[in-house]
Design a protein around this ligand. Sequence first.
Ligand code: ATP
Length: 637
Amino acid sequence: MFQIPRYEEESSQGNSSLANERLAKINDKFKRKRIIKEKVSKKTQADLKKTVQVPESHKGSAKNSELITNTSENDTVLKENEQEDERINLNLIHQGQYEEGHIEEIKVLHSFPTFDKPKQTPQEAAAVKLLGIPDWLANPTVIDPETTLPIDDSSLGLSDRLRNRCKTLGINECFAVQTAVIPLLVHNRRLSDVHMHPGDICVSAPTGSGKTLAYVLPIIEILSKRIITRLRALVVLPTRDLVAQVKETFIAFCKGTTLKIGVVTGQQSFTHEQEQIVCSSAELLMGGKSKIDILIATPGRLIEHLSMTPNFTLQHLRFLIIDEADRLLNQSYQDWLIHILKSTQQINGVESGKDTIGFNLDDSIGASFNNDDAISSSIMGALFNLPKMDASETKVSAIQKLLFSATLTRNPAKIASLRLVKPQYISVQSLHKDEGETKYTLPTTLKEFMIVTSSSMKPLIVLHLLYNLHIKSALCFTKSVDSAHRLAKLIQLFENSNAKESIQENDNMIVSIGSIIAAEYSSDLTKDERKNILNKFKRGDIRLLICSDLIARGMDLDRVDTVINYDNPIYMKKYVHRVGRTARAGRNGDAYSLVETQEVRYFKDMLRKAGHLDKVQNINIKATLLDPMKDAYQVRN
Ligand SMILES: Nc1ncnc2c1ncn2[C@@H]1O[C@H](COP(=O)(O)OP(=O)(O)OP(=O)(O)O)[C@@H](O)[C@H]1O
């Protein structure tokens, strides 16, 4: 870069007198130029201030102050630009490219005038929000979360056997979501009815509000009246752990019936699973031959069985339950849905020449079948060219789809992909108007906090929460298996080094050290290791379970009194599911989110957009509370 010499000696040209002359001329020129510029600049600023008029509607608002700040910022920018111009011009002059006597005209760009946003009435704003959302989804049947019904209430339609079973298992009343869904299914459905579709149901209810029993109880109630075992209910869930959990619930409430339950998740060998779900694979049977009434499955493995397990058929299916529906409707899972819908739509299968029920029609026509293997009446007409009689009634596909989630999607495309029939939407959410519009309903018994901190202090804060707040049982979510591993190691090292100092006094607060038993729960562990850890956690032998999002959804772990978001989720849905591992079934629970300084803005934006910011309290932790642990922690770290 060319530089103007400050002293003669500094001149690199050697021709100092010439340079001095030039310099004097330049200085003169600049004085004149500056005077002109200052005049222009004053005029420009006056113009700018005129142009940046504050609209009436913005007066007193944050935007107003932004505009005014912008005006003063403009001044600074203008000055900086002027200085830059001068530097450039000086360089040009020195390089002999500037013509004497020529003063460039300064062009000023005026800012665009601001336009007022078109004003929308609240009704218009609401209408825009609902654009593309079908009517039934935009107008749910809203149930207040406080609604309950005694389990003996006749409107539920539960048999004596099932009511007694519920009472034995400690269920004496039905929660809100159950009061809405159970009667709807039990009263609208008879096993023999294949002439009228009962209508599909989408349910959105907060985490821990009892959605599982909302479908488990009516399905058991309806299917327990069956005579022949056929696969009539299929529950699809996103993870193996959830399949195991729902299986346990079915088994507990099925006691006393002859209903049989199977699972396919890929945890057992393929042949082992086949043996569990179908009676025979030696001969092809048109009606299939099921060993089970209810199948609980993960999507991937289910598809494998649909295409590779002889006599495995969905033709008798009456209930398709999609639990954690929004997760299963995600892009990565989309294929399973297409497969299942194909398998349950007889017309497509027949038209394509390849049946939808697991065998080739040409090979199978004429195969003998007894009552056990009877073809579903709803697909009989499509398979065979049966003579039509006056009394013939059109049979409909009898599968009723039931979708459940705490964060049900309102994406019209995803909903359309389900090809719902006469759907209705039930939403458990507060009816109190003063709570404002929120996108997600969280348990009313949940208290949420955020703690702003630095990344290096986060382990100490976890220790503080556990020691000083006497948390008995906490789930701590990290962003990755590595992060979970590191935190678990740090806590273990910290505990080992402090085991002997069992009690310390600090500011009148007793800090007991050496009493946390932390464990890591991740997909790296084997099935048995994971089961073992969960059992220990449920028994209270483990106080802190550090995990990635593997158990963020649906898992119902007793005794979780606190959730710690060690690394924060970037999506609100994930936040809702994580914090929903506590405050379940009407119990109290706390959720702490440790937010790093640079994440605060994003985190708050996420909450604000979901209408949830005011529910999360910002708390500070005094340094004096962390000090007793700091030394040991720093050594370990
Ligand atoms: N009527 C009831 N009375 C007492 N406890 C119940 C009742 N219904 C469900 N529960 C208990 O509430 C807990 C939460 O139920 P569940 O797991 O079905 O919640 P969920 O709504 O599916 O939650 P998530 O959205 O997190 O999956 C379980 O421990 C369950 O046993």
